[in-house]
Design a protein around this ligand. Structure first.
Ligand SMILES: NC(=O)c1ccc[n+]([C@@H]2O[C@H](COP(=O)([O-])OP(=O)(O)OC[C@H]3O[C@@H](n4cnc5c(N)ncnc54)[C@H](O)[C@@H]3O)[C@@H](O)[C@H]2O)c1
Length: 337
């Protein structure tokens, strides 16, 4: 099978995940790594036999590059995405699409006008358990969706300054989960209320951010989603989903990677959940790449789309406003044509 040529922009945390996954495939070739940090980017390129450049344009000028993974910092996504669209490349843009709704809209409009195959990195949709819940909700197993509850607690908190550059918890963590809620409810979001605080690290408050939050999202259908977020746990990466409907309830619990139990005295001690987000979600980054490559080969659109990305971003902006003002905020539909 002919290999699809890839370029990757950004050699940081997520860039390394994408580089590993593209390079591991027989049906793809990782041709370029682009980064403004030559040491970091050069090292990653050397590890996978790709070429390195600091110039996005040099990578885009390679006609063998058909797909670009945008894993650079959020504040440069817009420039990178628009350049990829102009160059006629298919792309996957990491979430969030951009650092403002206006810039995200520019990306959406440009990609739409050029008919670009463009995915957003909402990898959670590819988690086998979350996907099974989704498919069974769609198949009608639990009837009409009435409420959704999503728990997301990261194992280790980032440094507050780094977290701020990523947009704060309600944007960074939130967009993944607002998208999951929409995907499960299949109804447009209309109102969000967010409460939060610094329960264990006042450093986040310096940047107007929180380490713990509880949010309520209302959909046009009347369904409600609630979210419980924390930046750290004392026991691993804790993520679960519950979808409650008129005929039943479906749950995707945090899986136990090993089913080993110690029976001793009057106690049973089970092995715990995954320790880190990458351990839990490694397979999802491979699956999102499978979907992207299949779409590029078939010349068809791929999900999650830029519209999905913008919807989640609009919810995030509403959540930040709600947290700041202490009131529910209406979500204007800025993601549809
Ligand atoms: N889908 C997920 O699970 C997931 C996980 C982590 C991060 N992300 C997203 O991925 C993006 C990157 O996050 P990260 O944690 O990898 O950040 P990071 O800081 O580790 O890496 C970003 C990289 O982009 C490079 N960069 C910055 N400006 C550039 C430019 N103008 N041209 C080329 N390279 C440039 C930096 O030098 C750095 O190497 C963010 O949008 C983040 O929200 C998504």
């Amino acid at each position: 099978m002919e290999q699809i040529g890839f370029g990757l922009i950004g050699a940081g945390v997520i860039g390394r995940v994408h580089a590993r996954n593209v390079a591991a495939r027989a049906d793809a070739q990782l041709r370029w790594i682009v980064d403004i940090d030559p040491a970091r980017g050069g090292e990653l390129a050397a590890a996978y036999g790709a070429r390195f450049t600091v110039s996005v344009d040099e990578m885009l000028a390679d006609p063998a590059v058909q797909v670009v993974m945008i894993g650079s910092s959020t504040d440069v996504h817009e420039a990178h995405l628009l350049a990829c669209v102009r160059a006629g490349k298919a792309l996957l843009c990491e979430k969030p699409i951009a650092d403002s709704l206006e810039r995200a809209r520019n990306c959406l409009d440009a990609a739409r006008a050029a008919n670009t195959i463009a995915a957003v990195g909402f990898n959670r949709r590819f988690d086998p358990q979350h996907l099974a819940v989704h498919d069974r909700v769609r198949a009608g197993e639990i009837g009409t969706v009435e409420s959704i509850h999503i728990v997301s607690r990261a194992a280790d908190a980032p440094q507050p300054a780094a977290a701020q550059r990523a947009g704060g918890m309600l944007r960074e963590k939130g967009t993944h989960h607002y998208d999951l809620a929409y995907w499960l409810a299949r109804s447009e979001p209309v109102e969000i209320y967010a409460a939060g605080g610094c329960l264990f690290d006042p450093g986040f408050a310096t940047y107007g951010d929180v380490d713990t939050a509880a949010l309520t999202l209302r959909f046009a259908s009347g369904a409600l989603a609630t979210f419980s977020f924390s930046r750290r746990t004392a026991y691993g990466c804790d993520e679960s989903i519950e979808v409650f409907g008129s005929k039943g309830m479906l749950q995707s619990r945090a899986p136990r990677p090993r089913s080993i139990s110690l029976y001793q005295g009057g106690r049973v001690i089970d092995d715990g959940i995954d320790g880190h987000w990458y351990d839990r979600f490694a397979s999802t980054y491979v699956a999102e790449l499978d979907a992207l490559i299949a779409a590029v080969r078939a010349g068809v659109a791929v999900e999650p789309t830029l519209v999905d990305g913008m919807r989640a971003q609009a919810i995030a902006e509403g959540a930040v406003e709600s947290l700041t003002r202490g009131v529910p905020v209406q979500i204007a539909n800025v993601w549809q044509a």
